[in-house]
Design a protein around this ligand. Structure first.
Ligand SMILES: CC(=O)SCCNC(=O)CCNC(=O)[C@H](O)C(C)(C)COP(=O)(O)OP(=O)(O)OC[C@H]1O[C@@H](n2cnc3c(N)ncnc32)[C@H](O)[C@@H]1OP(=O)(O)O
Ligand SMILES: CC(=O)C(=O)O
Length: 532
C-alpha cells in the first residue's frame, strides 16, 4: 500500500478485546480479521505478541491461515524497558518474531507517566523510543508509534509531548498516533492539539476513547486538523466506554467528507459485517448503532412516515443501502395513515385511505389496551389482513383449551394442556405436556394440527417475553406476552394481552401458528371470527 493513502487502522483485536466481557479465541480473532479485511481496512492490529500465548499464537497462525486482500497485520507492543537494550528485551523480540509487517509501539508521552508509571527519566524514555523504533526498522518492520496519554501529556508539558513525536519520527516511525488514552477530550480542544502535533512534520494519527461520548467526533476533528491515520474498533468495542467506532468513522469520512477509504461495494456490506462480528464476539448488537444498527433507519413517528412517503431523503441522512442497511417502518400508537400505508406496501398490500385510517384507529385502540405492534410484526400483518378482507385469517378455530399445572407429591412440576379445535371440517382434541403451561399449550396445538398441516413440525417457539403492565381506567394489572417463532428460514413475533397470563399467551400462540401456516402457503378457511 502506498504510504500516501489515508490509513484506516483497526484495533478491535487488541484494544477492542480490552472491553469488559469480551474474550476472543485465536479462531475468533482470525475470523474477525477476515471480516475486517473484507470491509477493506488498511491495517488490522492483531494483538500483543509475547504478552499472552493467545496473541503470540494468533500471529503464528495468521501467517498460514490469513490471506488478507487489503489489510496489513500490525503487532502491538511497548518500547523496551528502561535500562536494557532493545535487542535484548524479550517483549521487543516477540514483536520482531511475530512476522507482522507493521509494529505499533506504545510509548509514554506524558511526563508524569514517565516519572510515576515507568519510574524513569524523561531522557531515558526518549532513548527507549529511539532505540526500539530504530531496532525494529533495522529488522525490516514498519513502525507506528502510539503516543499514550498524548493530549493530557500535552497539557502537562507540551514541549516534551512534541519531543516524543519528533524522536519517534526521526528514528523512523512512519506514523505517530496521538492517543486520547483516558478519553477525556472534546473535539475543539483536541483539534487545536492535533494541529500543533502536525506542525512537527511527523505523519499524525488519532486514537480516541469514548469516555466523553466524543470518540467519533474527536476522530473526525483530528482528521480535519491534519491526522491522516485513524484508529478505531468494530462496533466501538474497547476498554471502559469503548474506542471510536471505526464503522461510524469510516462511513462519516467516506459519505460525508468525500474520502475514498474502502470500496463502495464493501461499504455496502458494512451492516452485514458489523453483525457478523457481533456473532463472533458474542456481544449483543447495539440496535441504535449509527449506520449499521437495525434501528438506524427505523421510523416510528407518523409525521416522519408521511414525509418519507413523498421522499425518504426527507427523514434520512443517507440512503441506507450505501451501508447495506434497510429502511423500516414501525407501527405503533405514534403511527399515522402514512405509517401503515408504507408498512402495508412493505408487506405487499396496497391500502386505501379508508383502510389506512381504520387500521390506524385499530392499532391505537389496541396499543392503549397494552398491545405493541412494533415488536409484533406478525400480529400487525394479521390485523392488516383482517382490516383489508374484513375477515381474520383462520386455519383453525378453538372450541376450548385447558391447562393443568401440577406438582405431584415428591415429584417435579409438570404442565399438561388439552385443546379442542376445528380445522378442515374436523373436530380435534389433542393433549400436550411441557415444562411450563405455554410450552404444553404449544405442543398440544401443534400435535393436534400437524396431521393436517405437516409444516408445523418445523415451527418452534424461540422466545417468550412477559411484561406486567400497570392497570388503567381502574382495572387491575394486565399481562403482555410476546412470542417469537421460527420455521428455520425466518422469525416472526406475535403479541397477546389479557389479565390472565395463560390467556395472553394463548392469543400470541394462536396468532403465531396462524402466521406460520400463512408463511407455509396455506390459504385460511374463509371462516369469519372475532378479531384480536
Ligand atoms: C493504553 C493501552 O491500552 S496500552 C495496552 C495495554 N494492554 C495491556 O496491558 C494488555 C497486555 N499486558 C500484559 O499482558 C502485561 O501487562 C505485560 C505482559 C505487557 C507486562 O506484564 P508484567 O511484566 O507482569 O508487568 P506489569 O503489567 O505489572 O507492568 C507493566 C510494566 O511495563 C512498563 N511499561 C508500561 N508502559 C511501557 C512502555 N510504553 N514502554 C516500556 N515499558 C512500559 C511498566 O512500567 C511496568 O514496568 P515494571 O515491570 O518495571 O513495573
Ligand atoms: C495505545 C492505546 O490504546 C491508548 O493509549 O489508548
Amino acid at each position: 500500500m502506498a504510504d500516501d493513502r489515508f490509513h484506516v487502522y483497526d484495533t478491535t483485536l487488541r484494544d477492542g478485546a480490552q472491553q469488559e466481557g469480551l474474550s476472543l479465541t485465536v479462531a475468533d480473532k482470525l475470523a474477525v480479521a477476515r471480516h475486517l479485511d473484507e470491509l477493506g481496512v488498511g491495517f488490522i492490529e492483531g494483538g500483543w505478541p509475547g504478552a499472552n500465548p493467545k496473541d503470540t499464537e494468533f500471529f503464528r497462525r495468521a501467517r498460514t491461515e490469513l490471506d488478507l486482500k487489503h489489510a496489513q497485520l500490525a503487532a502491538f507492543g511497548a518500547t523496551r524497558r528502561a535500562g536494557v537494550q532493545a535487542a535484548d528485551d524479550p517483549l521487543v523480540a516477540a514483536l520482531r518474531e511475530s512476522g507482522a509487517p507493521v509494529v505499533t509501539l506504545v510509548a509514554k508521552s506524558h511526563d508524569r507517566h514517565v516519572e510515576l508509571a515507568l519510574r524513569t527519566t524523561l531522557q531515558e524514555n526518549l532513548a527507549m523510543i529511539r532505540d526500539t523504533v530504530s531496532h525494529l526498522r533495522a529488522e525490516g518492520q514498519r513502525v507506528f508509534l502510539d503516543a499514550e496519554h498524548f493530549f493530557d501529556g500535552y497539557k502537562s508539558n507540551p514541549a516534551y509531548a512534541l519531543e516524543v513525536l519528533r524522536t519517534a519520527a526521526e528514528a523512523g516511525a512512519s506514523v505517530v498516533a496521538l492517543c486520547d488514552t483516558n478519553g477525556g477530550m472534546l473535539p475543539d480542544e483536541l483539534a487545536d492539539v492535533v494541529h500543533e502535533a502536525a506542525g512537527t512534520g511527523a505523519r499524525v494519527g488519532i486514537h480516541c476513547h469514548d469516555d466523553t461520548g466524543c470518540a467519533v467526533a474527536n476522530s473526525l476533528a483530528a482528521v480535519r486538523a491534519g491526522a491522516t491515520h485513524v484508529q478505531g474498533c468494530a462496533n466501538g468495542y474497547g476498554e471502559r466506554s469503548g474506542n471510536a467506532n471505526l464503522f461510524t468513522v469510516v462511513a462519516n469520512l467516506q459519505l460525508k467528507r468525500g474520502f475514498d477509504l474502502v470500496p463502495d461495494a464493501a461499504l455496502a456490506e458494512m451492516t452485514r459485517i458489523a453483525h457478523a462480528i457481533t456473532e463472533i464476539t458474542n456481544v449483543t448488537p447495539n440496535s441504535h448503532q449509527p449506520y449499521v444498527g437495525v434501528s438506524a433507519f427505523a421510523h416510528k413517528a407518523g409525521l416522519h412516515a408521511s414525509a418519507i412517503k413523498v421522499d425518504p431523503d426527507l427523514y434520512q441522512h443517507i440512503d441506507p443501502a450505501q451501508v447495506g442497511n434497510d429502511m423500516r417502518m414501525l407501527v405503533s400508537d405514534m403511527a399515522g395513515r402514512a405509517s401503515v400505508e408504507l408498512k402495508g406496501r412493505e408487506l405487499g398490500y396496497d391500502l386505501s385511505a379508508e383502510q389506512s385510517r381504520e387500521l390506524v384507529d385499530r392499532v391505537k385502540d389496541l396499543e392503549a389496551k397494552g398491545h405493541t405492534f412494533e415488536a409484533a410484526d406478525a400480529s400487525f400483518e394479521l390485523l392488516l389482513r383482517d382490516t383489508v378482507t374484513g375477515e381474520r385469517p383462520r386455519h383453525f378455530t378453538v372450541e376450548s383449551w385447558r391447562v393443568i399445572v401440577e406438582r405431584p407429591a415428591g415429584g417435579q412440576v409438570v404442565s399438561e394442556a388439552t385443546v379442542k379445535l376445528y380445522a378442515k371440517g374436523e373436530r380435534i382434541v389433542a393433549t400436550g405436556e411441557g415444562n411450563g403451561p405455554v410450552n404444553a399449550l404449544d405442543r398440544a396445538v401443534r400435535l393436534g394440527l400437524e396431521r393436517l398441516y405437516p409444516e408445523l413440525a418445523s415451527v418452534e417457539l424461540t422466545d417468550f417475553k412477559v411484561r406486567i403492565l400497570e392497570g388503567s381506567h381502574g382495572t387491575g394489572a394486565i399481562t403482555r406476552v410476546l412470542i417469537t417463532s421460527s420455521d428455520g428460514t425466518g422469525e416472526w413475533a406475535t403479541v397477546g394481552v389479557d389479565e390472565n397470563i395463560i390467556e395472553a399467551s394463548w392469543q400470541a400462540l394462536e396468532q403465531a401458528v396462524t402466521y406460520g401456516l400463512l408463511r407455509a402457503g396455506h390459504t385460511p378457511d374463509r371462516v369469519a371470527g372475532p378479531s384480536t
